[in-house]
Design a protein around this ligand. Sequence first.
Ligand code: FAD
Length: 417
Amino acid sequence: MRYSLKAILRNAVTGHRNWTRAWREPAPKKSYDVVIVGGGGHGLATAYYLARNHGLTNVAVLEKGFLGNGNIGRNTTVVRSNYLRPENIQFYDHSVKLWEGLSQELNYNVMLSQRGALNVLHTPAQRNAAIRRGNMLRLSGVDAVLLDTAGVKKLAPLIDCSPSARFPVLGGLFQPRGGSARHDAVAWGFARAADARGIDIIQNCEVTGFKIERGQVHGVYTTRGAIGAKKVGIVVAGRSTLVARMAGLRLPIESHVLQAFVTEPVKPVLNTVVMFGAAHFGIVQSDKGGLVFNGDIDGYNSYAQRGNLPVVKEVASCAVSFMPRLSRLRLLRHWGGINDMSMDGSPIISATPVKGLYFNGGWCYGGFKATPASGWTFAHLIANDQPHRFAGGYSLSRFETGLVISETGAGPQPGKH
Ligand SMILES: Cc1cc2nc3c(=O)[nH]c(=O)nc-3n(C[C@H](O)[C@H](O)[C@H](O)COP(=O)(O)OP(=O)(O)OC[C@H]3O[C@@H](n4cnc5c(N)ncnc54)[C@H](O)[C@@H]3O)c2cc1C
């Protein structure tokens, strides 16, 4: 059933009893052409683009829990493409372009709101780096605007731009096409659209092992039995290292908890996405009115979807030193998700040493914004056994050859990416 004004009116007169389910609940078949492990945003997008772009519909997405319980439903929803490295600029801007038509493409409102994304600058060195990044973006055809202190104040009056601020504001780098989207709607939209093209989405089906013979994958073992597959894609975000280990792969990834926070809802006070420059802190106001923000990863490796209290304190102190008026708000909820931190801060979309087995992960803090392009390029890799031109640099082999893509020049230090 297509969602439209006509459908709403038709269903209104029948008491909304005839809406069809958004996706089926099929039992797993004996085998598929492609099995995708992980029903997060990236896994569902991959399945959708396998069908849409490559005509592959004998495909299953296997999800150990329910759709939306992973990072796709836990992130702080920031969408932007204002990166420095050419590999990342082309990839993330492809993603923003896909975002711009996604609601129409999926016939599902993902609530993309292009209210802009602002990186605030506090030191002359940061401003120099931002000018360099802004020039790089503009030369690549991506929007970037350098603001002075008055420009930042006008755009986001909540920020303390006074000379006595704990971290005085020197300006900002603004991407007008950046913004946010509703995260769980993205999972549901891709799931519904993939299902409509014949893809089987199988929830409560945990992959527990891989059937590999003579270096070639032949399927997966799951809590609902063995399932054959000609090709298998691993897209499990925070559980990347655990799942890849079942196939004998050791990944250059560390898992860390990242916590997010939401305040009680208030009237509109912040009309753009803002990233603090003095520490890791990003904030956006949701359509419901809550201020949604996150800080840095917890400082130790973990697979638990909950965080520790010192980070809560650190994030709160960033919030009130940057936007003092936030101290008047009450925190409503906070939660954690597991980030798979790659050793250069850039993602991995790659074939593996096992034939027919592909890997997608290492998204660090930034995989939500990548969801459409990740699905698009991973589907291309699986279908053609060739990397997509926008993701050619994201191979696993870069950690052997040294051709790493270190966006911040921070090296293998996940907390600094
Ligand atoms: C607090 C927080 C804030 C963030 N903020 C942003 C942001 O503002 N902007 C941004 O771009 N990014 C952000 N991110 C990062 C982003 O959310 C992730 O990079 C991205 O969602 C990861 O891809 P995914 O959606 O496919 O992951 P997930 O939704 O985690 O999907 C992976 C799925 O694999 C499943 N799985 C795991 N093991 C198995 C198995 N053995 N068998 C079957 N299924 C399995 C899991 O259950 C899960 O559903 C944030 C992350 C967190 C935690």
